[in-house]
Design a protein around this ligand. Structure first.
Ligand code: SF4
Length: 396
């Protein structure tokens, strides 16, 4: 029957624990969170505040900043302050790029989440023969990581803040590389090693990421992570992303191929699209992915036919006019169809339809019902009037 799960049209998200980052919650059934990262130097306080604000205003719900030195960590205090005074508090994440605990400890006071990269915690003595590490060697190294990480974990735990264990395919530690190879398994074991240390310190405000620049690697890593977490009874939310996706159309498609594939399987609680472009460009891509999958509805959903020999008006032009006139309305589905040959069903149950009727005339639909026929020249205006008459219009 069509109620069998494989025919279900709703995405069933994997159950995860809620992790708070400022006033935003990742996981726990909350909407998939959109995030990005500024590329200003964190020492440029005004520039960073302006960049964080610009991103937040267009829907970036969590903003990440890079913190490569103690001076940068201290600058975060000013950035946080200035944001609160001149704008509002924005959930902030600090990327700490090496295992310098002093920097992480300082910045943990000023941000809501600290991202660490397990690949940078290297305590092994280099092995010339590339042999696998034994359990005893893992335990010994694990103990050193634990000692290093403990103050940060305790600080975050006591402040009720979060940590992202952000594994990158390109920067696995030698013990993982020699033992598991440059593989999704190595990425997953790297994350689990750090999760176990955090759990041993009674800290579970964790978000996990396993990014790679190759989509198949990234997909395999997240899927394996979910499988391993299920086996181990872990329910940490996942941060999805494809690293170094590049720019332009292919960068967007590559990011979408990775992120959307997993989201469609119910995997993923927060996303970042990494483009080699201004970070503002990433946010609409994130929202479009979420909207296309039916996970979040933040825009008008336009349904339009591709046009063909039967099309009775310039579809591309009309779609553009309809979009310009209505794009500020949220929660509506609007269809623009060249003709009605295949019936209103083709309009995918849109709330409103603008449909070619006969030369020079279009029909306006509300749901599946034809409301009126109007000259095509007045089509967009009449569509707006219909939406207004239904009380579903708001001024831009
Ligand atoms: Fe062609 Fe009509 Fe289908 Fe549009 S809706 S593609 S105009 S047949």
């Amino acid at each position: 029957t069509n109620s069998a799960p494989e025919f279900d049209t709703v995405i069933h998200r994997r159950k995860t624990r809620p992790v708070k980052v400022g006033d935003v919650t990742i996981g726990g059934g909350y909407p998939v969170v959109v995030q990005s990262m500024i590329n200003e130097d964190t020492l440029d306080i005004d520039g960073s505040v302006a960049a964080i604000r610009r991103l937040h205003e267009i829907g970036c719900e969590i903003v990440r900043v890079t913190v490569p030195s103690m001076a940068h960590a201290k600058a975060m205090a000013e950035i946080k302050d200035k944001l609160a005074k001149t704008y509002k508090p924005v959930p902030l994440v600090a990327d700490v790029h090496h295992n310098g605990m002093k920097i992480a400890l300082e910045v943990a006071k000023h941000v809501d989440k600290v991202r660490i990269n397990p690949g940078l915690y290297v305590f092994e003595k280099p092995k010339a023969n590339r042999t696998k590490y034994t359990q005893a060697e893992f335990d010994e190294i694990g103990e050193k990581i634990r000692e290093t990480l403990e103050p940060l974990v305790i600080s975050l735990r006591e402040q009720g803040k979060a940590m992202r264990i952000g594994v990158n395919h390109g920067s696995l530690a030698e013990r993982m590389l020699f033992t598991y190879g440059d593989t999704p398994e190595g990425m997953v074991e790297s994350a689990i090693e750090f999760i176990r240390i955090c759990e041993s310190l009674d800290f579970k405000n964790l978000v996990i990421s396993l990014k790679a620049s190759r989509v198949p690697v990234m997909l395999a890593a997240y899927r394996l992570m979910v499988k391993r977490m299920d086996e181990l009874g872990m329910d940490y939310p996942l941060h999805l992303g494809v690293t170094e996706a590049g720019d332009g159309e292919y960068g967007r498609i590559k990011s979408t191929a990775g992120i959307a594939t997993l989201l469609a399987e119910g995997i993923g609680d927060t996303i970042r699209v990494s483009l080699t472009e201004a970070p503002e460009k990433e946010i609409p891509v994130c929202y479009s992915i979420l909207q296309a999958l039916g996970l979040r509805k933040t825009m008008v959903e336009y349904v339009a036919c591709p046009s063909c020999g039967r099309t009775l008006f310039n579809l591309e032009e009309v779609l553009h006019q309809v979009r310009e006139a209505t794009k500020h309305l949220t929660g509506l589905d609007i269809a623009v169809m060249g003709c009605i040959v295949n019936g209103p069903g083709e309009m995918a149950d849109a709330d409103y339809g603008y449909v070619g009727k006969q030369a020079g005339y279009i029909a306006l639909y509300r749901g599946r019902e034809e409301i009126k026929r109007v000259p095509q020249d007045n089509g967009v205006e009449e569509l707006i009037n219909l939406i207004k008459a239904d009380g579903r219009w708001v001024d831009p």
